[in-house]
Design a protein around this ligand. Structure first.
Ligand SMILES: Cc1cc2nc3c(=O)[nH]c(=O)nc-3n(C[C@H](O)[C@H](O)[C@H](O)COP(=O)(O)O)c2cc1C
Ligand SMILES: C=C(O[C@@H]1CC(C(=O)O)=C[C@@H](OP(=O)(O)O)[C@H]1O)C(=O)O
Length: 392
């Protein structure tokens, strides 16, 4: 029995929808749990005008009654405020006479770095709006809504998550690994670029503004930390049961994410084994632990019980006000790519997306391993395993 979700919705359509399945019954869940995450995703220096139009809030339309999950599919809806400006262009019904003119403005100039050209060829769309509407990161809204449900489940079983920005446009934050999760959260939430190192915040904001003024864009690196996972979640026995591999796929599935690292990550290539692996120790109170956490919480595709530390790299936003050259699919002539209204840097927002996406994968893994139809017994199973591991 597994947990899964689907999403549906176009960026300028009426709404985004997600259906989640497989959550145990009897778990407390309120729309405000989800709305908090949706609002966090909308913030951050460098976002475009769309974020002023939208004020994302969820409607829980099934699977929850009187603040508790029922065990039935949970359907969540987030309405697009922008839809009112797009009803003709994006309507599902066949066009009626006189409307044709309004939709004549087909998108035929593929934007480099977007799904436009590959998607158009694949599905045979001569109007690339048919591609970009779905490939847009607007969809991350409902992925965050699904992740928020997972985050709620995790918080109730003692797993806590935090995300922060560690690099923007080549400017690196000093990552202080001695900070408590609470301090890290406080600092990150207060920062317009979601960075925990205040000395670097202004430089990052300036870099975003400068890129925007030059008609350009910049990317960065985000980090997600999850504490409190029991050890042994995931498995080494099959390639498709390795939890670190699932997290890696989930991170790279976020729009514009190109790479992933755990713990010291790519630094491991440059260091001897004695400076990469983590020594094992045992204490009565704590049970087994690692003296360091350079491997970021995984050995053999399974959690070690240490904090999970995963980073993702986001490329710069592909839509540039000083556009790159492309080809018009109608004339085959070279053209400057189409310009759509755009963010200049969405790395801070993407940190929140990554956090919620990691939450989803961790919740799926826990539900798979400690399955019960009832939330209460699911929690008991997890705690039993924690006790077993401590004394093993
Ligand atoms: C939160 C978020 C916001 C984004 N905003 C924009 C944007 O405003 N303009 C843009 O061109 N790309 C934006 N992107 C990136 C594109 O969605 C992404 O590059 C595109 O879908 C192509 O997919 P790929 O880069 O994963 O190959 C955003 C990505 C995220 C995660
Ligand atoms: C709508 C969101 O992000 C959008 C992601 C996006 C893209 O190409 O990925 C392009 C922009 O869309 P629009 O042209 O409507 O402004 C962003 O605003 C969002 O994050 O909720």
């Amino acid at each position: 029995m597994g947990m899964r979700y689907l999403t549906a919705g176009e960026s300028h359509g009426p709404q985004l929808t997600t259906i989640l399945e497989g959550l145990p019954a009897g778990m407390p869940l309120l729309s405000e749990d989800i709305n908090e995450e949706l609002s966090r995703r909308q913030k951050g220096h460098g976002r475009g005008r769309r974020m002023q139009i939208e004020k994302d809030t969820v409607e829980i339309v099934s699977g929850v009654r009187h603040g508790q999950t029922l065990g039935s599919p949970i359907a969540l809806v987030v309405k697009n405020n922008d839809w009112k400006h797009w009803t003709t262009i994006m309507g599902a019904e066949a066009l009626i006479e006189g409307q044709e003119d309004e939709i004549k403005r087909k998108i035929t100039r593929a934007r480099p770095g977007h799904a436009d050209l590959n998607g158009a060829i694949k599905y045979g769309h001569r109007d690339m709006r048919n591609v970009l509407e779905r490939s847009s990161a607007r969809e991350t809204t409902v992925r965050v809504a699904a992740g928020a449900v997972a985050k709620k489940l995790l918080s109730l079983v003692g797993v806590n998550l935090v995300s922060h920005v560690v690099e923007i446009g080549g400017i690196k934050a000093n990552v202080d690994s001695t900070l408590s999760i609470e301090t890290l959260k406080e600092r990150t939430e207060a920062s317009p670029v979601r960075v925990a190192d205040p000395t670097i915040e202004q430089a990052m904001m300036n870099a975003i503004d400068e890129a925007k003024q030059n008609g350009d864009s910049i990317g960065g690196v985000v980090e997600v930390i999850a504490t409190g996972m029991p050890s042994g979640v995931g498995s080494y026995v099959h390639y498709d049961r390795k939890l670190d591999a699932k997290l890696a796929a989930a991170i790279v599935s976020i729009n514009a994410f190109k790479g992933v690292e755990f713990g010291i990550g790519f630094e491991a290539a440059r260091k001897p084994g004695s400076e990469v692996h983590d020594e094992i120790a045992w204490e009565k109170e704590k049970g087994y632990y690692r003296k360091t956490n350079r491997l970021g919480g995984f050995e053999g595709g399974m959690t070690t019980g240490m904090p999970i530390v995963v980073r993702g790299v986001m490329k710069p936003i592909p839509t540039l006000y000083k556009p790159l050259m492309s080809v018009d699919i109608e004339t085959k002539e070279p053209f400057a790519a189409s310009i759509e209204r755009s963010d200049s840097c969405a790395v801070p927002a993407a940190a929140v997306v990554a956090e919620n996406i990691v939450a989803w994968e961790l919740a799926v893994a826990l539900v798979e391993q400690f399955y019960s139809d009832r939330f209460e017994t699911f929690l008991e199973e997890i705690n039993r395993q924690r006790e077993f591991a401590r004394e093993f």
